[in-house]
Design a protein around this ligand. Structure first.
Ligand SMILES: [Zn+2]
Length: 287
């Protein structure tokens, strides 16, 4: 939107399509500055879009968000189905909502964007959402901000890195806040090359709303998957899909892929066909 070349080319395309429906007289200069009050209001406003199933009961949605955010005093307007504006009283309250996300309403992801005084409602991009991702299986000696950042930077835009202590112990979990592209499948993990050995590090997502066990996208169940029709999945026969609940941070166990890599394959996997072809398979017992 701010890119002048894009703006210029869009303007050119617009003029061309309008043909003689427009003249130079139709360009109007707005000379008024935005008032301080209006700027403050914009700064305290977030736009939010429900990623799927926009048709919700507004009152139920509002009271649920008030309870979840523990903020009574904010105004919420339904701009269109599943698209809202939230204006807070305090910057700290707005920031708290942004930092503690992602939020969901009945397992339906609410993607939030900061209001910009000069961007029209229709131009906000809700295709990405920040999520906290824990690196599961990272060895004790490698749990540092730098290593977590290095691994995370290959998987998305890194917004923040944190080493979270487990209780009162020295043991820390490396996690990172990544801006996820909601159109692509959730990443299960990465192979980390430590020079003398390779490890499989799994991603565990915090506050994950419902997602598809076939293709791994947020926002729909396997039965409604457009990428992999349910009829063609093994899930219909009650067998494992490509994804399962082990993507959630609360589930502290290896995925079937991790079990294969670390030689802990269980009888749950009755058929290796479901595992994607991986050059690492052969090395799983070496390291
Ligand atoms: Zn799907």
């Amino acid at each position: 939107m701010a890119d002048p070349t894009t703006e210029a080319s869009r303007l050119e395309a617009l003029c061309k399509s309008l043909g003689n429906l427009w003249s130079e007289d139709d360009v109007i200069d707005v000379t008024q500055d935005i008032s301080t009050e209006k700027l403050t209001e914009c700064r305290l406003t977030l736009f939010g879009k429900l990623y799927t199933r926009p048709n919700v009961n507004f009152q139920a949605f509002l009271s649920t968000m008030k309870r979840a955010w523990r903020i009574e005093n904010f105004s919420c307007t339904s701009l269109e189905l599943g698209f809202f504006s939230f204006t807070f009283k305090l910057e700290a309250e707005k920031q708290k909502v942004l930092d503690a996300g992602p939020w969901s309403f009945s397992s339906n992801l609410l993607v939030l964007q900061q209001c910009d005084p000069d961007i029209p409602d229709i131009c906000y991009d809700f295709s990405h959402c920040p999520f906290w991702v824990q690196l599961f299986g990272l060895p004790f000696g490698r749990v540092t901000t730098e290593v977590v950042r290095e691994i995370a930077s290959k998987t998305g835009e890194v917004l923040e890195v944190k080493l979270e202590a487990k209780g009162n112990s020295n043991y820390k979990v490396g996690k990172t806040r990544i801006k996820l592209n909601l159109a692509t499948p959730l990443k299960t993990g990465v192979v980390v090359n430590l020079g003398n050995k390779k490890l499989w590090i799994e991603f565990k997502y915090e506050r994950l709303p419902h997602y598809c066990y076939s293709y791994g996208r947020i926002g729909h169940y396997t039965t409604a998957c457009k990428e992999i029709p349910y009829k063609t999945t093994r899930l219909e026969e009650d067998l494992l899909g490509n994804f399962s609940n082990w993507l959630q941070a609360e589930v502290r166990e290896l995925s079937p892929y991790g079990k294969i890599f670390y030689g802990r394959q269980t009888q749950l996997i009755d058929d290796v066909e479901m595992v994607p072809e991986s050059p690492m398979e052969a090395q799983s017992h070496e390291s």
